[in-house]
Write a protein that binds this ligand. Structure first.
Ligand code: PLP
Length: 426
């Protein structure tokens, strides 16, 4: 198989004679057929073909195939956002009355999705520490548990998950492991190689890489043996009455999970990616391998520099040799740990804010993981309604500053931090 850099440029699309070199944007909601029978067979899932862009669109499919190849799966579906991707991945196998387990250091949006919105829909969740021992994870498993969920590199704590260990515990108990691989991207880590069963992405971050389009993806490894646990996964192993009683595992084998996500969830929930945004994602993917390594190299330089400043209390970046997660980073992300880090300053909250205000090149944004370096202080921004004690309870240090290193010259980024840290002291 071609190497990952080649796949970034070529996967998903091979134009034939006289066809466009770059992927075409098929900006059409509907597709034409010649006979009533042709159309009928599509609705029976007897033939594959396009009929309505809420289910499938040729441009979107090219990019889904590209991400699928990069991750090494059997199929992928693009969604309107990363939130939708994680929602789809979970509710494709869990429903009211079920229970799921997730690492407690996951992205705040996903934490709310699982802990608040899905709870209201009747799916119960137990959050456990990402470094929990195997026994602790197993203790949280109930008869109605359907899946386990974690992030390769957590946002914003930048902690690396021991995917192989989590996968082993999951499989020992007949459960699939879903990994949100947003920060690592398939260039830095391919979770399927370590036993993950389903991978999700917020493509809004490094895959897009330029801050232009919101999107998500769900990728299926095809490796989880749903048929072995028919009672636990009836949605995949028993007849779907909304498709004339077809059974996904019987009809689609290894691709059962992803076919159900596309034909059933996308049909009913409609959280589609647009052809135009899929095109932007494709452009981003074609340079992802170059960008993510540069993000990682620059971040390591900045993290080293911050570590040696007297004004800096602490720095978390798994690429640092003395970071708590460095050995996991060497195992799972040997080529780099992305551009995101967290650090704290010694001067208290008003100093934090003066430093942010003094930045000239680095901008204050809620976004991360694109070509522009940006910074966020959760205690003053996204989590400003919480007291310091409440912040600590939510696992967010009151002095935590999240820094996302872009593609500028790292010396200019360091110079901007230096002048802000020094001028804010006066
Ligand atoms: C941003 C993010 C999401 C949510 O993605 P959106 O595209 O903003 O909906 C999910 N997981 C992680 C790790 C993220 O960083």
């Amino acid at each position: 198989m071609a190497k990952i850099d080649t796949l970034c440029v070529h996967a998903g699309y091979k134009p034939g004679k006289g066809e466009p070199r770059q992927i075409p944007i098929i900006q059409s909601t509907t597709f034409r057929y010649e006979t009533s029978d042709q159309m009928g067979r599509l609705f029976d899932l007897e033939d594959s073909g396009y009929f309505y862009s809420r289910l499938q669109n040729p441009t979107v499919d090219i990019v889904a195939a590209q991400i699928n190849e990069l991750e090494g799966g059997v199929g992928a579906v693009l969604t309107s956002s990363g939130q939708a991707a994680n929602l789809f991945a979970v509710i494709n196998i869990a429903q009211a009355g079920d229970h799921i387990i997730a690492a407690n250091n996951i992205y705040g949006g996903t934490f709310n999705l699982l802990g608040v919105s899905l709870k209201k829909l009747g799916i119960d969740v137990t959050f456990i520490k990402a470094d929990a021992e195997d026994e602790e994870i197993e203790k949280a498993i109930r008869p109605n548990t359907k899946l386990i969920f974690g992030e390769t590199i957590s946002n914003p704590g930048v902690e690396v998950l021991d995917i192989e260990r989590w996968a082993n515990v999951s499989h020992k108990n007949g459960l699939p492991l879903i990994i949100d691989n947003t920060f690592a991207t398939p260039v830095l880590c391919r979770p399927f190689q370590w036993g993950a069963d389903i991978v999700t992405h917020s493509t809004t971050k490094y895959i897009d890489g330029h801050g232009v389009s919101v999107g998500g993806a769900v990728v299926d490894s095809g490796a989880f043996p749903w048929d072995k646990y028919p009672e636990r996964f009836p949605g995949l192993t028993s007849p779907d009455m909304s498709y004339h009683g077809l059974t996904y595992t019987r009809k689609f084998g290894k691709a059962a999970f992803i076919v159900k996500a596309t034909t059933h969830l996308m049909r009913d929930l409609g959280s589609i990616q647009s052809p135009q945004n899929a095109f932007y994602l494709h452009l981003g993917l074609q340079t992802l391998h170059l960008r993510i390594r540069r993000h990682s190299e620059s971040a390591l330089k900045v993290a080293h520099w911050l570590q040696h400043r007297p004004e800096v209390a602490w720095v978390h970046y798994p690429g640092l040799e003395d970071d708590q997660h460095h050995s996991l980073a060497l195992k799972y992300c040997p080529d780099g740990c992305s551009g995101v880090m967290a650090f704290g300053l010694k001067g208290g909250r008003s100093y934090d804010n003066r430093v942010l205000d003094a930045l000239r090149l680095i901008t204050i944004e809620t976004h991360v993981a694109d070509c522009h370096t940006c910074v966020l202080h959760p205690a003053s921004h996204t989590h400003r309604q919480l007291s310091d004690d409440q912040l600590k309870a939510a696992g967010i240090a009151p002095d935590l500053i999240r820094l996302s290193i872009g593609l500028e010259d790292p010396e200019d980024i360091i110079e901007d931090l230096r002048q802000a840290i020094e001028s804010a002291k006066a």
